[in-house]
Design a protein around this ligand. Structure first.
Ligand code: OSB
Ligand code: MG
Length: 368
């Protein structure tokens, strides 16, 4: 294929409920939607997961637009591509900027699958017909409010409950949740809110049979995490620290974690995500698909990726209705008994609703 046109759209959609983490509160979703077109007029879609602020990682919507416009799109346009993996090679000389690279990689994968009239899941080597999903629950005003949300999500069938924690919202929260729900699959995500100084506090979490603690220490660390893991029974899962297969190998070798969270955006695309998947599957390292509060297009890519057999733990890809009054894809993502059915139609398997895309677009630009 040759990519003849790229359209970047800046969308803004209200979140139904604010999402609060140790690094801040999100009230809406500001993001770049990518549409690419090949020489035959066939299109591929992807969502860029950079946030407006550099608090989860260093990338932002603006830095991503800059990287896309000034470096990545010029490299992509008109170059001959036989397989999406070739794009990773073409971008290899550009340092970092994983989220910016990822959205073009994902759009090319979607288009590649459509060219073959095959589902993205099947082209990636996905074998599952349904995927198991959990839910990520932000920091609430009270523990009572958190218990209410867990009860609601449990009734909806979600298979794993992730609670955001931060200093002052940690051991007491987990203790009370465990008293009310002694058996639920429960985990905590700190988004880098602690340091090794908090060793005793983090060790106290060992008493609650958590599936894992996600990214307790610095976003760019694997050394201190290794020391912490040596002192914990609970597995550590790394999110922010993992950008590549190389990072995955090093973190596992050092003992910095026992579980990996893959976010397609954070690792530069589906090509690298698949490499991490293959490595973890071969070594029985538990793996799951993280989320970035994606709208429908990003959600569709996550579902296709999670269809690969190595995604052994429920991910964060919840149903559209937990985030949006209306999603930008049709049908919306629905969850039944804690599972999502993997679509079998060509590409990412959901239709982009152009009416809704137009409604939420602030600005767009076409590159050819
Ligand atoms: O750390 O996994 C995270 C959302 C934004 C940024 C980082 C994270 C998250 C979530 C939400 O936990 C996952 C989701 O529901 O999409
Ligand atoms: Mg996380």
């Amino acid at each position: 294929m040759k990519i003849k046109q790229v359209i970047l759209r800046h969308l803004k959609m209200d979140l139904l409920y604010p999402f609060v983490t140790s690094f801040g509160a999100e009230y809406d979703k500001d993001f770049i939607l990518v549409e690419i077109m090949n020489e035959d007029g066939l299109v591929g879609w992807a969502e860029n997961v950079a946030m407006p602020t550099p608090y989860y990682n260093e990338e932002t919507v603006k830095t991503n637009w800059h990287m896309l416009e000034d470096f990545l799109i010029p490299t992509l346009l008109n170059s001959e591509i036989h397989h999406p993996d070739e794009l990773a090679e073409k971008f290899a000389h550009i340092r970092g900027n994983y989220m910016a690279k990822a959205c073009l990689n994902m759009a090319v994968w979607d288009l590649y699958a459509r060219e073959q009239n095959a589902s993205l899941a099947s082209v990636l080597g996905g074998t599952k017909k349904t995927i198991d999903v959990g839910v990520s629950i932000g920091i609430k005003d009270s523990i009572e409010a958190t218990l209410d949300v867990i009860e609601q999500r449990r009734a909806e069938g979600y298979k794993r409950f992730k609670l955001k924690i931060k200093p002052g919202w940690d051991v007491e929260l987990i203790d009370k949740v465990r008293k009310v729900f002694p058996e639920i699959p429960l985990m905590a995500d700190a988004n880098s809110a602690y340091t090794l100084e908090d060793m005793n506090l983090l060790k106290a979490l060992d008493d609650y049979n958590l599936m894992m603690i996600e990214q307790p220490l610095a976003y760019n660390d694997i050394i201190d995490h290794a020391e912490l893991q040596a002192n914990l029974k609970t597995p550590i899962c790394l999110d922010e620290s993992i950008h590549s297969l190389e990072d995955t190998k090093k973190a596992l070798k050092l003992g910095s974690c026992k579980i990996i969270n893959v976010k397609v955006g954070r690792v530069g695309g589906l090509t690298e995500a698949k490499k991490i998947h293959d490595y973890c599957l071969e070594r029985n390292v538990p793996l799951w698909c993280g989320g970035m509060l994606e709208a429908g297009v990003g959600r569709a890519h996550n579902i296709a990726m999670t269809a690969m057999p190595g995604f052994t733990l429920p991910g964060d890809t919840a149903g559209s209705s937990l985030y949006w009054a209306e999603d930008i894809i049709e049908p919306e993502v629905t969850v039944e008994n804690g599972t999502i059915t993997v679509p079998t139609t060509p590409g990412m398997g959901y239709e982009v609703s152009m009416d809704k895309v137009k409604k939420y677009t602030l600005y767009s630009k076409t590159y050819r």
